[in-house]
Design a protein around this ligand. Sequence first.
Ligand code: ASP
Length: 433
Amino acid sequence: MKKLALHWQIIIGMAAGILFGILAVRFGFGEFVKDWIAPFGKIFINLLKLIAIPLIVASLIKGISDLKDISKLSAMGGRTIGIYLMTTIVAVTIGLLLVNIVKPGNLLDEQTRTELLGDYKEDAAKRQQAAANQKETGPLQALVDMVPSNIIKASGENQMLQVIFFVVFFGIGLILIPPEKAAPVKDFFDGLNDVILKMIDLIMLAAPYGVFALLAALIVNSPSVGLFKALIGYSATVLAGLGVMIFVIYPLLVKTFTGRSYGFFFKGISPAQLLAFSTSSSAATLPVTMERVEEHLGVESEVTSFVCPIGATINMDGTSLYQAVAAVFIAQAMGIDLTFGDQLTIVMTATLASIGSAAVPGAGMVMLVIVLAAIGVPEEGLALIFAVDRILDMCRTSVNVTGDATVAMLVAKSIGKLGDPKVKDWDDHYAKS
Ligand code: ASP
């Protein structure tokens, strides 16, 4: 019997998880889910995170040494950052246009507003504190933070940019030594890379069960649906913007610049999108994003290994779009008029704030405080959007990951590194693992 395609397996796992969660709430076995189901979701995420740093190290070293000369690396670096910035600015602009047209803040009635501000005051204060800690640093802190003083510690703390810095530096050293000396080191990392990719295949076999556990636990822990209804205008605006990015902008960019079809793109990337949705973390999804981009979208490994990890940390189009919509929504709901200059400030700060957001659940909301502060909107306003943040986080993370894959394809195409996918029959690939 032909095995069901992986994305269908994941979708079934997600649907079953949601259903199970709803039944658990309805029939009062939520505790059972928390004790006996949720830990499997956690184990699944741990496995993904476990593999992320070794994957970045092995694949990036292999990738850079394959480039053979440093000018190629800087060309790729320039393009990657440039295109990432452009897609983020497009995303913020789409968010701003939508929120200014729909004006969801005006749909919120006075009573709901007061209730929300009261209910989520404490949560909002926690986010403000987290953001304040981040703000108390000088202008060059981001640069300082990129350079680790201890690589083991950096890896232990999952400091992705620090690890990338070290690995790129190492790769440059490797290119510069005589080829006969470099060969064994390169062979080692080549082999290691293959082992790690195989480990990801194995982890993905558990993906349908992992997402089942994650979503069942999420439903059991989530607030009531009533609040979602009150915030429907805001949520719909964010979702519409994210929809435009994922279903229009990215496939259009891919089609225009690489000639690859809509179906090809989605077939290739959908398991990573679904996983991003279930985990709300681009960092946890990274190993799968890289595997899909390389093996199913045809991006050569030297590009994948460079563009995707950097993207997971700095390219968050979904997050920046959400931050723009949320900032304007809060201003509208609090009756604050924003000038054109304020809107431009949002474009700038949301772009920077999304770059600064960590690739973990809820990070985008912490950084939203910075956008609010820049346009003079009270930070307590965060309380207004708390109730629906998790579901929007899931969706924006899918967009973030899709953006990384898109840019990887564009960069690869621009330097002649986009080929045929290694895995043509993508279902079989997992079945054989
Ligand atoms: N959860 C998002 C991510 O990992 C970041 C955010 O909160 O927007 O991509």
